[in-house]
Design a protein. Structure first.
Length: 115
């Protein structure tokens, strides 16, 4: 079955960086676009970034453009989210996702940006 497992979250000071990883299994990874979403307390889940199967097309939410970078390694079945210049408002649970029939989600990883 499809499994998406995020890692790399944690506590970081404003202006710091983190790299999230999402290890995928149970499907042909290179055939599917992969996305990152986040959900802050009391807010709806929001789109952050997406990358096509070959990595040729990438798009970002305006709120993270220029600070976050999505990438993938199809040999490792892993998608990454490099987050730089982090702000307190980036605090959220971050999820990776793929639409395989229905949209599939990982369990999420907590990112807290605080001094």
């Amino acid at each position: 079955q499809v499994q998406l497992v995020e890692s790399g979250g944690g506590l970081v000071q404003p202006g710091g960086s983190l790299r999230l990883s999402c290890a995928a299994s149970g499907f042909i990874f290179s055939s599917y676009a992969m996305s990152w979403y986040r959900q802050a307390p009391g807010k709806e889940r929001e789109f952050i970034a997406t990358i096509t199967g070959t990595g040729g097309i990438i798009s970002y939410a305006d709120s993270v453009k220029g600070r976050f970078t999505i990438s993938r390694d199809n040999a490792k079945n892993t998608v990454y989210l490099q987050m730089n210049s982090l702000k307190p408002e980036d605090t959220a649970v971050y999820f990776c996702s793929a639409r395989i029939g229905v949209r599939q989600w990982g369990q999420g990883t907590q990112v807290t940006v605080s001094s």
